[in-house]
Design a protein around this ligand. Structure first.
Ligand SMILES: Nc1nc2c(ncn2[C@@H]2O[C@H](COP(=O)(O)OP(=O)(O)OP(=O)(O)O)[C@@H](O)[C@H]2O)c(=O)[nH]1
Length: 234
């Protein structure tokens, strides 16, 4: 199993309006070579979705992340058994006020879903069935692979969600369960394993091609973000 960032790859790529044109030529070239899969990361606010995504795409712990507004995109290309697989990861907003108008975009053409809770927050764990229901309401098919992740395992003294309870819930949905920490560098391989598990599942699917988000769709998403940010400067 090899994970490889190609020369010239942004180690941590976040699309923005300013660089979308520049990126598209580079990405068109890569898209011709790599199969692209859209993965969304969802769960309550503050559970560590951004930090997990950043750990996987950027290799480090993101200090002082801001609440996600709408969505952030990051991506990483993996070499699996000689094949390029590009994971396009949608880090979604946990706060209702920052996600409302974006939900349809999250679920459209999704290939895999990561449900995240915080092992130090029972409340975030109890929300998982609601996040799963939201997927069903948006017609995500049963064959879309899903994984459940308990984050912040480094905070051992503050744990509120026992592994046994989490395993029980994951089993009831037939999802794999991972417990990890975006913060603890020793857990880096576990974070990689979450995404690799999905990458291998997706790789064995029929060749699905996801187009890079077009410039107009990125523009639309970012204008939602900006409107939300303006409305929420409170
Ligand atoms: N101790 C510890 N703190 C973490 C970990 N992951 C994230 N955090 C902290 O948890 C807080 C929230 O992290 P984010 O990654 O922004 O959470 P989020 O789920 O993306 O939040 P929203 O964008 O509001 O949906 C930040 O203060 C992080 O530093 C972890 O593994 N361990």
């Amino acid at each position: 199993m090899a994970i490889e960032n190609k020369p010239g790859d942004e180690f941590d790529t976040v699309f923005s309006l300013n660089d979308s044109l520049e990126l598209s030529s580079h990405h068109d070239y890569e898209a011709a070579q790599a199969r692209i899969f859209k993965i969304i990361v969802i769960g309550d606010s503050n559970v560590g979705k951004t930090c997990l995504t950043y750990r996987f795409c950027g290799g480090t712990f993101l200090k002082n992340p801001e609440a996600t507004i709408g969505v952030d995109f990051r991506e990483r290309t993996l070499e699996l058994d000689g094949e390029s697989i590009k994971l396009q990861i949608w880090d979604t907003a946990g706060q209702e006020r920052f996600r409302k108008s974006m939900v349809e975009h999250y679920y459209r053409s999704v290939h895999a879903i990561i449900f995240v809770y915080d092992v130090t927050s029972l409340c975030s764990f109890e929300s998982i069935p609601e996040w799963i229901d939201e997927c069903s309401r948006h017609s995500v098919g049963p064959l879309v692979p899903r994984i459940m992740v308990g984050n912040k395992c480094d905070l051992r003294d503050r744990r509120e969600v026992p592994t046994s309870a989490a395993q029980c819930l994951a089993d009831s949905y037939n999802f794999p369960l991972f417990e990890t920490s975006a913060k603890d560098p020793a857990e880096k391989e576990h974070v990689d394993a979450i995404f690799l598990t999905l990458a291998y599942r997706l790789k064995s699917h029929k060749p699905l091609r996801l187009k890079q988000p077009s410039e107009s769709s990125i523009r639309e998403l970012w204008s939602h973000r900006e409107q939300k940010a303006e409305t929420c400067q409170c």
